[in-house]
Design a protein around this ligand. Structure first.
Ligand code: CP
Ligand code: NVA
Length: 304
């Protein structure tokens, strides 16, 4: 694995390995090797972040490396310097880069022009690090995602749902997305995905019926703040006690956070499932350390 740009480009074996290594790094936290010793990894963020930034900075340090956070306003990127020029500079000085931005193409272009391991820390199209942490959480809480029904209630075509759909394609679990028709994945995407185990419904109760995992996310993603009218379509798609009454008795609730209480999830549900949801947040650290270890290995054979 040279980069982590999307869940789409992963395969089942790679996902299984990353989750296995994440669980191992979690169990050995404070006692594992430091394969990033002597390395500097930059973090370029053009959107806000709490979990992703903190977990990467802590994770890089715990693996022996040095994290260098660069918000877009700190660097010339924010004044219009092209991503490919930024990439060619950082590629000559640093050992890897973690990018949070809008266009997926920018992350792809950075990887191409920098030549250094590049990690997608969220774009408008994918949030791969989050999905790996979510899978680790499901494994910890339910033993496995195999033979489980996973529901996603909310925006059917956001970075989170797109990454979940690719995860379902690779891993084969049943994914049921409950979303308004206007925010469903387009037919062209579903044709490309070609995953009969992914079901789209406008009935949230149908998606949650018998589900073991109920997932949600904000209705308005970063960068969509001027689309307030979106909220009008999402009222029936709130994760609340009435909806969860349809789920399997031993269900868990996941939320990538940040959460907007009484919008996509009620205060009551969030607090009732807080232990799982904040374990999910912590798992960002462990999952991303597994990604960093996998990507850092390529430096063992080149410059130090
Ligand atoms: N879930 C997630 O990516 O959180 P942040 O936006 O705080 O990084
Ligand atoms: N879909 C959300 C995820 C936040 C972690 C967003 O892009 O804002």
């Amino acid at each position: 694995m040279k980069h982590l740009l999307s869940i789409e480009e992963l395969d089942a074996g790679t996902i299984h390995n990353l989750i296995h290594n994440a669980a191992d790094l979690k169990a050995r936290r404070g006692h594992h090797e430091k394969p990033l010793a002597g390395q500097t990894w930059s973090l370029i963020f053009t959107k806000s972040s709490t979990r992703t930034r903190v977990s990467f900075e802590v994770g890089i340090r715990e693996l022996g490396g040095f994290p260098m956070f660069l918000s877009k306003n700190d660097i010339q990127l924010g004044r219009g310097e092209p991503i490919r020029d930024t990439a060619r500079v950082l590629g000559r000085m640093t050992h890897g880069c973690i990018i949070r931005t809008f266009a997926q193409q920018d992350v792809v272009e950075f990887a191409q022009y920098s030549g250094i391991p590049t990690i997608n820390a969220l774009t408008d199209e994918e949030h791969p690090c989050q999905i790996l942490a979510d899978l680790l959480t499901i494994q910890e809480k339910l033993g496995s995602w195999e033979q489980k029904k996973i529901a996603f209630i909310g925006d059917g075509f956001s970075n989170m749902t797109i990454s979940w759909m690719w995860a379902a394609k690779h891993l084969g679990f049943a994914l049921h997305i409950g979303c308004p028709a206007a925010y469903a994945p387009p037919a062209s995407f579903l044709a490309t995905l070609d995953a009969p185990n992914v079901t789209i419904t406008q009935e949230p109760a149908e998606a949650v019926n018998g589900a073991h995992v109920i997932n949600t996310d904000v209705w308005i993603s970063m960068g969509q703040e001027d689309q307030k009218e979106k909220e009008l379509a999402f009222g029936p798609y709130q994760v609340n006690d009435a909806l969860l009454a349809k789920a399997a008795t031993d269900h868990i609730v996941l939320h990538c956070l940040p959460a907007y209480r009484e919008k996509e999830i009620t205060e009551q549900v969030l607090e009732a499932h807080a232990e799982t949801i904040f374990q999910q947040a912590e798992n960002r650290l462990h999952a991303q350390k597994a990604i960093l270890v996998a990507l850092a290995q390529q430096w063992a054979f080149s410059l130090s």
